[in-house]
Design a protein around this ligand. Structure first.
Ligand code: CP
Length: 318
């Protein structure tokens, strides 16, 4: 594995899941793999789980993890080629990234979308520029359109939680929120579940909340949440803002919030969410605090997902 920015960087999803679950049983099995290696984790945006789980994963492999909150503590970076830097940006990525490439063995980056211009966000300029100029492997800690470490975690969590021989029915349901959120988690979850190919996959959302077909194309899509939830084994709850009229909130009807009453239609489904979650807006207290919620298990698996990815990168890149 050279970089890890989407499911396309993974040749065998099940093998990566198996590796992650082996780390869960034996966290220090490759303690010497990362000796004398350093990962730089650059945060242009806030994080809790991604930051901590990546640090722990790196340490489990014997690596040193250095965190740089570049968004709040560093120079404002310019990403456009041939920019005339007479505005607010202070340093060009083509000057900064090669330096990160000398300081670190792996570079990990979190960068959210602007939600202002869809073409710009979906070009993934920021992460592509880091790949172009850093000269070392790049790991996405969530980019403008995808969150692959979260999605790998989600496949791990579903794999370890579902023991039946049939395919699980997985429902991705839109939920209300108070502010426009990126489509990253929903895009990425769709991309991974489709690529995994081991589930019946249904996406439900209100009118006008379609996601990019690039990621959803093999899923069944419906605006009828009740119909989607019927017999579900897993319900993945997530808000996202509009894709067509980009980055807007069209709908906030609380009827889209998952409740215990709605869960009755499912096959006693496990409920997932990437977190952070707005309680009693996206998901009700009764569901989050009830027996069907596996959100803590899911978040704890972030460590093993990150560790499996870092291990693969270290092995592929010497
Ligand atoms: N799910 C997730 O990425 O959480 P953080 O934003 O806290 O890292």
């Amino acid at each position: 594995m050279k970089n890890f920015v989407s499911v396309h960087d993974v040749t065998d999803i099940d093998a990566l899941v198996k590796k992650a679950l082996a780390f869960k049983l034996n966290p220090f099995g490759e303690k010497s793999l990362g000796a004398n290696k350093r990962i730089g984790c650059l945060f242009l945006n806030p994080s809790m789980r991604t930051r901590l789980s990546t640090q722990i994963a790196a340490q489990n492999l014997g690596m040193e993890a250095i965190i740089f909150n570049v968004g709040s503590e560093g120079w404002a970076l310019e990403f456009e080629e041939e920019a005339i830097m007479s505005g607010t940006t202070v340093e060009h990525v083509k000057d900064a990234a090669p330096i990160f490439g000398k300081y670190f063995d792996i570079l990990a980056i979190r960068t959210f979308p602007s939600l202002k211009n869809r073409e710009d966000d979906y070009s993934e300029l920021y992460i592509k520029q880091f790949i172009k100029y850093a000269g070392i492997p790049v790991v996405s800690l969530e980019s403008a359109t995808l969150h692959p470490l979260q999605s790998l975690t989600d496949v791990i969590t579903i794999s370890e939680s579902f023991k039946d021989t049939r395919k699980p029915k997985i429902v991705l349901t839109w939920a209300p929120h108070v502010k426009p959120l990126p489509q990253c988690v929903a895009n990425s979850f769709s991309q991974w579940i489709n690529a995994w190919g081991k589930a019946e996959f249904i996406i439900t959302h209100p009118e006008d909340y379609n996601l990019s077909e690039e990621f959803t194309k093999r899923a069944i899509i419906t605006t009828n949440q009740d119909e989607a939830l019927k017999d579900a084994d897993f319900v993945y709850v997530k808000n996202w803002s509009t894709f067509n009229d980009y980055g807007k909130i069209y709908e906030s009807d609380p009827k889209w919030m998952l409740t215990n009453k709605k869960l009755e239609q499912t096959n006693n489904a496990k409920v997932m969410h990437c977190l952070p979650v707005r309680r009693n807006v996206e998901l009700s207290d009764e569901v989050l605090d009830g027996p069907n919620s596996i959100i803590t298990q899911e978040a704890s698996n972030r460590v093993w997902a990150a560790q499996a990815v870092l291990s693969e990168i270290l092995k592929s890149n010497g």
